[in-house]
Each structure stands twice: as C-alpha cells, then as structure tokens.
Design a binder for this molecule. Structure first.
Ligand SMILES: Cc1cc2nc3c(=O)[nH]c(=O)nc-3n(C[C@H](O)[C@H](O)[C@H](O)COP(=O)(O)OP(=O)(O)OC[C@H]3O[C@@H](n4cnc5c(N)ncnc54)[C@H](O)[C@@H]3O)c2cc1C
Length: 308
C-alpha cells in the first residue's frame, strides 16, 4: 500500500509537532511511505491547492495523510476534490489490518467515536493535533513539494503574526487555563474587578505559557463588561459550541463547569478547577480536584510563585 504524508514547516522554518504527528500516523499504517514538505512559508490557497492536488495524483498513493493545521484545513479539501480523492478530517485514530484501513473520528461534539472505512482511493485523512505521538525527526526522509509554476499568480508580500503575548491559543501548551464569567462578576466587596482580573490572567499566561480557554458566557458578554478582556474572543471558547482542545492538564477558574462547557474538556488529561461554589458543576465528578476558593487570591498567589 502506497502512503503519502504531506506536511509543511512553520514560520520558523522547522517542522512543527503537528507535522511529526501526521508522519507518525502515516508510519503506523505500515505501508510504503513517502513524505513531502509543502514549500513556502505562507498559506496561499491558490498555490497550495494545485501543489497538493498534483502531489496526490502523481504519487499514486492510496492513502494520503496530512496534519490538521489551519493551512492544510483551508487547502486540502479543495485539493482532494481536484485530485478526485475522498477526504475525511479530524481523524484521531488509524489502523490497518486484513480488512483494510480504518480511521476514527469523534462525532456529535466528541460524544460518539466513529470508525470509518472507504472503498474509494485515494483517501485523504487529515489528522487532529495531539492524537498521535510525534515521529522522531530522523525516522523518515522528506522531499520538497514545490508549487507548480503556473500557480504563482498570487504573490505573498509577507506574513504578519500577532505579538507573542496576543497569541493566547497555544495547542502545544501543557496546560489549558480556562477563564469563566465569574472573573467579571461582583465579588465579596460588592464591586466588579474586571481590570484586575484581566491583568491577573494575562500575567499567568505570560509566566506559565498556558493556552487560554474561555466559557461561552465570558466571550459573549456585552462590549462594556468585557472591555478589559479584549485579548479573548470566540476563538478561545471551549465546549459544545466551541473548541475541544488537547492538553495534558487543565485549570478552570471562575467557570461553573456546566455540561455544555465541560464537554469541550473531553481530551484534557487532568482537570482542576477553582470555584467559590462547592456545589458547582466541577464538583459533580467533572474535575479531578476542585479548590473551593477565591480565584483572584489563588491566581495572584500563583503569579507571585511563578515570578520567583
Ligand atoms: C446549546 C448550548 C451550547 C452551549 N455551548 C457552550 C460552549 O461551547 N462553551 C461554554 O462554555 N458554554 C456553553 N454553553 C453555556 C453553558 O451552559 C454555561 O452557560 C456557560 O458555560 C457558563 O459560563 P461560566 O461558567 O463562565 O459562567 P457562570 O455560570 O456565570 O459561572 C461563573 C462561576 O464563577 C464562579 N466565581 C465567581 N467569582 C469567583 C471567584 N472569585 N473565584 C472563584 N469562582 C468564582 C461562580 O461561583 C460561578 O460558578 C452552551 C449552552 C447552550 C444552551
């Protein structure tokens, strides 16, 4: 069985963890593997699509594996269509046996695990980050995948990335730190302390390198109430109508732990929460440890420890 893995480098010129995970997923199938590295630093759709489609067609591969990065997610579906391939995304498991290749993905907001098989070939499988252990960089050889000359009608003048501290979503972080609406609610003194809350959260993120998640209630708050929380958006929302990130540990603060939120914690290894309410949702078997405490005090103490 011919297998093609297509990956790309990050802006620093290195293969990111997601690329090594995709290669590991391809290696796990045990076929004849070739690895191609998509050229260019920038995700230019009009260049990436023909490059990917050309590679799928010319490789003669039955199975094509790629990482679920934003660049691949934007271009691979169109490339698969051009190449006459079938595609499935958000793959979290693969296996190969006498019955052929099967892939797994979660459905209904991570409540049902589906196992898929297809007769159609080529079959493109885009794997989710964090679902496979990364391949050792010296365990495979990769060839470049240059853009087809005819595709170069779009010129990339440069890439502007957000300031490092503005990038609050960090898929490779060891810790998911969730901020809930409680940070914007009246506290024991009868006053709201939004500015202090935002500063405490930002200080913790900078010192710990944690990825920032949010409850729906916090990111949906009216502009006035969340003026201090401009560093958060719907992109941070974890849950049924938000993201389902993968991190070894999670710490929830000022968030009630209701089911539509906690369903987004499906793949968080160890869960801890800080809440004033001993009967909050986290106490109903949803967290490994619940600290019944004031998150303002806990987090500023933690920040002092992290500062040394
Ligand atoms: C169809 C549907 C889809 C939904 N999808 C999502 C989703 O994807 N993600 C999501 O998050 N929600 C989702 N929700 C909403 C969800 O049900 C909850 O309403 C939401 O998660 C509540 O957010 P919260 O816990 O931050 O706020 P609240 O319910 O207001 O809880 C605030 C918490 O902060 C605590 N608190 C306050 N001050 C402190 C302090 N000083 N220290 C410690 N704790 C403190 C309070 O005790 C309270 O538990 C969905 C709802 C529906 C109906």
């Amino acid at each position: 069985m011919k297998i093609l893995a297509i990956v790309h480098k990050d802006s620093g010129g290195a293969l990111p963890k997601a690329a090594l995970e995709a290669v590991a997923a391809a290696q796990s199938l045990g076929g004849e593997l070739s690895v191609r590295i998509l050229s260019g630093d920038a995700p230019v759709h009009s260049i990436d699509v023909p490059a990917l489609a050309g590679a799928i067609k010319s490789s003669g591969a039955e199975i094509v594996i790629a990482p679920g990065t934003s660049r691949i997610m934007r271009s691979m579906p169109a490339a698969a269509m051009r190449a006459g391939a079938e595609i499935d995304t958000h793959i979290t498991g693969l296996s190969s046996g006498p019955g052929g290749v099967t892939a797994q993905r979660w459905a209904y907001r991570q409540r049902i695990l589906c196992t898929l098989a297809r007769d159609a070939r080529p079959w493109v499988l885009v794997v989710d980050g964090g679902a496979f252990a990364p391949a050792a960089p010296d365990s495979f050889q990769a060839e470049p995948l240059p853009a087809p000359a005819a595709a170069a009608r779009t010129e990339c003048l440069g890439v502007q990335t957000a300031a490092a501290d503005a990038q609050t979503i960090r898929p490779d972080a060891k810790l998911l730190f969730v901020a809930g609406a409680g940070w914007t609610k009246k506290q024991a003194d009868g006053a709201v302390h939004s500015a202090e809350a935002a500063a405490t959260i930002k200080e913790f993120l900078a010192a710990s390198g944690a990825s920032l998640g949010s409850s729906k209630s916090l990111v949906e708050m009216g502009d006035e109430s969340k003026a201090d929380f401009g560093f958060m958006s719907h992109m941070n929302q974890v849950g049924q109508t938000g993201a389902t990130p993968r991190h070894p540990k999670g710490l929830s603060t000022c968030c009630h732990g209701e089911e539509p939120h906690v369903v987004g914690w499906r793949f968080i290894g160890e869960r801890r929460a800080v809440n004033l309410d001993a009967n909050c949702g986290w106490a109903q078997g949803k967290a490994d440890v619940l600290y019944v405490a004031d998150a303002f005090k806990v987090m500023s103490h933690l920040n002092r420890i992290l500062k040394g």
